[in-house]
Write a protein of this length. Structure first.
Length: 550
């Protein structure tokens, strides 16, 4: 006969077996749902912050919403987790910004032993073929839904990436059974061009050195391309901005380096202390402050600063640097001033030294460089309407005076003169040269206060020719005189005739200065064409050159 006590013991044993079987059936490897917010990064960046990876324990770890006590549904196994940044080297380490954090039961632990993270710490392998962040994890951890594992602050060497348009982080484990991820990889960064450089071409005339402006326009390539980390070189906004980005090892602000190629040796650029404030759609109040320039001004570096990083990160910013001839350009007053330049720019600091973050391996752009500053001579253009050198006996003497030295305080100018002979036939009224004139340039510059003189017979390329000469002298206030003699081989001139050269208004000033056109109004003023602004002198485009009103 079976007693009631025996039946009770048997039932209890059966319940224990069933419960044990149920617990075994519910237990599973922890599954993390993977999420990220991909960042836009400079495609030329050498230390760009990639998106954070947030791994959250699945809801299956707490069926029915039970989260207050261990339930055995998701129990970890010891091993190692690796995050590989697809074909993108890593630039920093845990000492310079990388964090691996666990948030378990509301307690956050980063880069240190915790409930899940082991004492082995975090290992970062830069990896030319793809950087890896790896860390050990403990077994026996009973995860609840919502517990998290977060990897953030990883800076990628984007310019060395082979990943193409998107950079992915790939999650793996060793052994493979210790945890699972869904999905197993996510996009963490999307490379983009961080800036566009534009240069507004302009001309400075040596005799009018205080007139004219040139611009350099820096346009942010995407809204988060420029960052303010409280760079000590900032002037307008010293210190960190409001709503700063996490440093993640950041040491400096974004900078813009400007390179001017072909700057004439007589010209010095003194770059403005700052750009105009952001002129982009957001009008954030951001600015570029001058950090350093070369002695000649052929290079200059500006640092980005903003009062508040948050609005700057949602608005594309545009900065205009205006260089003014009156205050920012110095000329030597010699022919060394003349020439044309091109402009280019790039993101800075450069790829080395490696301690700077962010930094860039950015080429100069645009390619080729954009036309920018031209320094042109003010010229005297003289017309000698009839010259001749024909045997026997006919010759023409020519004299050109540089009267820029005077008692009125005029700045003396020095330059050569190029004489252009347009020969004509002595027997017909038709020219014999349908192309350009025959040029002859004075061997030495004509100094202020001096007179160049020669006879046509002494200029080899002009010997035996007749016609007219247009002389272009690279200085103002030139005057010309010519005299024609004949001696018909008897040793001394029998007649001589002299005349003053005509002065042609400077076509450079008429055609180019301050956007002048050549439309002449009834009052004789030259005004701008095509809607361009008038010259700044008296509100009119007034051609310079002796014989015309100044």
């Amino acid at each position: 006969m079976i007693s009631s006590k025996s039946i009770s013991l048997a039932l209890a044993a059966l319940v224990l077996v069933v419960l044990a079987g149920a617990s075994s059936a519910f237990a599973q490897t922890v599954t993390f749902g993977v999420g990220t917010a991909p960042t836009e990064v400079a495609n030329t960046g050498r230390s760009e912050v990639m998106g954070q990876l947030t791994n959250t324990a699945s809801v299956t770890c707490s069926p029915g919403g039970i989260v207050a006590e261990p339930d055995g549904f998701c129990v970890s196994t010891a091993g190692t987790i690796q995050v590989t940044y697809d074909r993108t080297p890593i630039d920093n380490s845990t000492a310079t910004g990388i964090t691996v954090c666990e948030i378990i039961a509301g307690v956050t632990t980063c880069n240190l032993p915790g409930t899940y993270l082991t004492t082995g710490g975090v290992t970062v392998t830069p990896g030319a073929a793809g950087g890896v962040v790896s860390f050990g994890v403990n077994g026996g951890v009973d995860f609840q839904a919502g517990d998290q594992l977060i990897i953030s602050g990883v800076r990628g060497q984007i310019d060395l990436s082979l990943a193409g348009a998107e950079i992915r982080a790939i999650l793996t484990t060793s052994p493979s059974t210790i945890a699972s991820f869904s999905p197993t990889n996510e996009v963490v960064a999307r490379p983009k061009d961080p800036l566009t450089m534009a240069f507004g071409p302009w001309t400075v005339l040596q005799c009018r050195p205080g007139i004219g402006t040139g611009t350099v326009t820096v346009t942010e390539g995407f809204s988060t391309a420029f960052v303010d980390h409280g760079d000590v070189t900032e002037i307008t906004y010293p210190g960190a901005p409001l709503n700063p980005r996490p440093l993640f090892g950041g040491t400096n602000n974004s900078r813009i380096n400007i390179v001017i190629t072909g700057l004439p040796s007589g010209v010095t650029i003194n770059w403005p202390a700052a750009s105009a404030f952001d002129g982009g759609s957001g009008i954030t109040g951001a600015i570029l402050d001058l950090v350093v320039q070369s002695s000649s001004g052929d290079t200059a570096t500006y640092v980005y600063g903003t009062p508040d990083q948050a609005p700057s990160d949602v608005s594309g910013e545009i900065f205009v640097i205006t260089v003014t001839a009156l205050t920012d350009i110095a000329l030597s007053g010699t022919p060394a001033d003349f020439g044309s330049t091109t402009g280019q720019g790039q993101m800075y600091p450069p790829a080395t030294p490696t301690s700077a973050r962010p930094r860039y391996n950015h080429p100069l752009e645009p390619v080729p460089g954009a036309a920018w500053l031209t320094v042109a001579p003010c010229t005297t253009n003289l017309l000698f309407p009839w010259v001749i050198n024909v045997n026997p006996g006919l010759d023409t003497g020519i004299a050109i005076s540089n009267t820029s030295m005077d008692p009125y305080g005029t700045t003396g100018q020095t330059g050569t003169c190029t004489l252009n002979l347009y020969p004509t036939s002595l027997t017909t009224n038709e020219g014999v040269n349908a192309g350009a004139g025959i040029p002859y340039t004075t061997l030495q510059p004509v100094a202020a206060g001096s007179v160049w003189r020669a006879s046509q017979s002494a200029i080899g390329v002009y010997a035996g020719k007749a016609g007219y000469i247009i002389a272009v002298c690279n200085f103002q206030f030139g005057h010309g005189f010519a005299y024609i003699t004949d001696n018909f081989g008897i040793g001394s001139p029998t007649t001589a005739q002299g005349y003053l050269a005509l002065i042609i208004p400077d076509p450079v000033i008429i055609g180019n200065a301050a956007g002048c056109g050549v439309t002449v109004y009834s009052n004789g003023n030259y005004r701008s064409a095509a809607g361009l602004a008038d010259d700044t002198i008296g509100g009119k485009c007034i051609p310079y050159g002796e014989g015309l009103s100044q």
